[in-house]
Design a protein. Sequence first.
Length: 354
Amino acid sequence: MSQIDALWSNSYSEINRERADDISTTNQQLFPATTPLTAQVEEGAEASLMETMESMGLVMGSRLLQGNGRKDDDKDKSTRLYEMLLKWVPRVEGGALVELVTGFSTLGNDPGDVVEQMREGGVPEGAMVLLLASLLADPQIERKRRRRLEDALTFLLDDEAISIDLLAWVELGNLPRDALLPLRQIYQQIRQRDDDEAQQEKGLAGWFNEVREWPDRRTRLRVLIRALALDLRADADHHPVKVVTALGELKRLLLFFSMEDHCASVAFSVGVEPERMLAEVLHLLEQTWIYPDWLEQRIGMMGISGSRIFTYLRQMQDLLRFMPSPCFQDDDQAVQLAEAFEQLQEQHEDQCDG
């Protein structure tokens, strides 16, 4: 295991554990999960990609190259990070990057706008970063050509949200840039949260409302989480509290999405729209303390009545029993939620017996 691989495994093991959903990538081959509840990331299959993302996050976070390819004041750190980038980026697996490198093997040989040449060739910005880093990994590259490629990379890294484009290209393939606009916007909003003291925490339900209309929302949410995690890893001495909190909530939401099919099953059993049920369960998970009477009110608000109440109570207890523990605020909440549903079921059973 490489040093970068070890860093990723130690720092982001929680993210990997929480990716309990079907994995589908475009520009790197991964294996699909078996079931939402048992899916685990195959670390070996992802090692090269994670090494790359780690290096890229460090490079982007430090902004090691400033204006015209000049390095910043922290020369030793910048040099080390740049060398990591060049060492690990070429190890991204998959045919798409190989095809890019082959098609642009002479990029930068001649004077001209390197970024514009890639744009004319239809290369998305995220893929441009990987392409340039791959070309720069060649130790025999001619000095003037290296400078042109470095200048192009500097220009691209100046975009604070370029990590979104890069990760999205790896996960989702070629997309129009406007298709990533909502993802880029929420990424930038989260990174700026500590600058706004009045900014309130969204909570699980709030974040769900932000992403519920996204196409392929699990994958896009995973891209967002990875980009934020890499930003935090890039600046180990400064972890903005609100950004860390938001990242934690998003990771919980991604893990909760592994229960999406189970929530849909409960919804169909009681005649409720799946998205409505998903939002309801998220609302439950946001509560500090729940009483049977409050649950009764929520059941009425969803229009569940008659024998379907028993179906709902039984299936919700099963759902809570199998829900991954990080979805809950803590162990006490998990126990208290289960007890509230059990008490309400007992009340309804007593009414039927009476």
